[in-house]
Design a protein. Structure first.
Length: 384
């Protein structure tokens, strides 16, 4: 092995969680090394792709609403400071049918948190959004100041700033941490030994592979397919401001307007089959494409015959509940697990990074919902 250089913190994983954790640590003067097996927001990662929703609504779950608020402020400050306009304020429109409990709870939580929103009844939705098929929809809620983050470029921008602050970065595969003479260390695929006061494993769907005994049954990587439909030539009904980002609550389907002329984005929020993030096929299935075509024809009738112009296959990596996992290794006190964010986590990168830095450097009070102890081996989704 090569001669070891010691760091304050080694962060494994250069997705949105790892990048923002490194950002907050370097801001506080820490010597940081950031390592990723494939590169920042690479095509295999859960932070990959062009766009992610940032919304404040979480039903009655005020914890994540407040984290979203904090994160949006930090994202905007970061973009202003680096002169990179990577946020689109499209608005986020929740659409619901007879079971509107979650949207009503969202409205109550947004009111408590001081987040502006507008409620629409069916007749108002029909007038405002005639391009949407509203069968079974009774009401809607619009968050006018929420929208879309340009995901891959966001992570790259944060990484650039982290490196500018003299953090080190490299592409390498790491093994599970080891302990010798009372000290924890990590080795890479090249035989290099990495020594640090703290290790943060923010490696998403790879957490279960790196820590099979502890997390193999508690992290659930699932296959998620995404489609973009081409809009008719010269048609602005599917671009902002005419169409916001949208979520059909009971359908468990979400999407975005035509941003940067990529087409209407649509994805199903139900968890797909369990997959290996290193080896799963990144080609969408014909069966899924047909199902999505039928759905688009129902919800966006003018796009009934629209072509699919782009597709992506990524993965979620959820915990049993959907809550984040942010906790220490049960046997190595300076090793931290940070993950469980897929499906809703990208937006929270800044607040999460700030929280992790506070845990490591300040011994700040921890949130019980993020504990390893709270993570089960059977999925009972509670966070959407």
């Amino acid at each position: 092995m090569g001669e070891a250089k010691r760091y304050d913190v080694v962060v494994i994983g250069a997705g949105v969680f790892g990048a923002w954790t490194a950002w907050h640590l370097t801001r506080r003067g820490q010597r940081v090394l950031l390592v990723d097996a494939y590169g920042p927001a690479n095509a295999r990662s859960s932070s990959a792709g062009e766009s992610r929703i940032i919304r404040m609504g979480y039903g009655a779950d005020e914890l994540y609403t407040r984290w979203s608020q904090s994160s949006l402020v930090q994202w905007k400050e970061f973009f202003a400071a680096t002169n990179q306009p990577l946020f689109h304020e499209t608005g986020v429109l929740w659409l619901t049918g007879k079971d509107d409990l979650r949207v009503r709870q969202t409205a109550e939580a947004l009111t408590r948190c001081g987040v502006p929103f507008t409620r629409f009844e069916r007749r108002e939705l029909e007038k405002r959004y005639p391009q949407i098929g509203l069968d079974d929809i009774t009401s809607g809620l619009l968050e006018p100041h929420s929208g879309v983050l340009l995901a891959r470029r966001c992570v790259a921008a944060v990484m650039d700033e982290v490196v500018r602050r003299r953090a080190e970065y490299r592409v390498a595969q790491v093994a599970e941490p080891q302990k010798a003479n009372g000290r924890v260390f990590v080795t890479t695929n090249t035989g290099e030994r990495l020594d640090a006061d703290h290790f943060v494993f923010a490696c998403g769907a790879w957490l279960g592979k790196l820590f099979p005994e502890i997390l193999g049954a508690r992290i659930f990587p699932s296959r998620q397919e995404v489609f973009f439909f081409g809009v008719p030539a010269g048609d602005q009904r599917f671009a902002p401001p005419a169409l916001p980002t949208w979520l059909f609550q009971e359908d468990e389907v979400y999407g975005m307007p035509d941003l940067e002329t990529r087409g209407l984005k649509i994805a199903v929020d139900q968890h797909g089959e369990r997959v290996d993030p290193d080896t799963q096929s990144r080609v969408v299935s014909a069966e899924s494409a047909e199902k999505v075509r039928r759905y688009v024809a129902r919800r966006f009738p003018a796009l009934r015959d629209a072509p699919i112009v782009e597709t992506r296959v990524c993965q979620y990596e959820n915990t049993s509940s959907g809550d984040f996992l942010i906790d220490r290794h049960p046997e190595m006190d300076n090793v931290w697990f940070v993950g469980g964010g897929s499906g809703h986590g990208f937006k929270h990168g800044p607040a999460l990074g700030e929280y992790v830095a506070g845990q490591i450097l300040d011994g700040a009070e921890s949130e019980k919902r993020f504990s390893l102890m709270s993570k089960e081996t059977a999925q009972r989704r509670a966070v959407y």
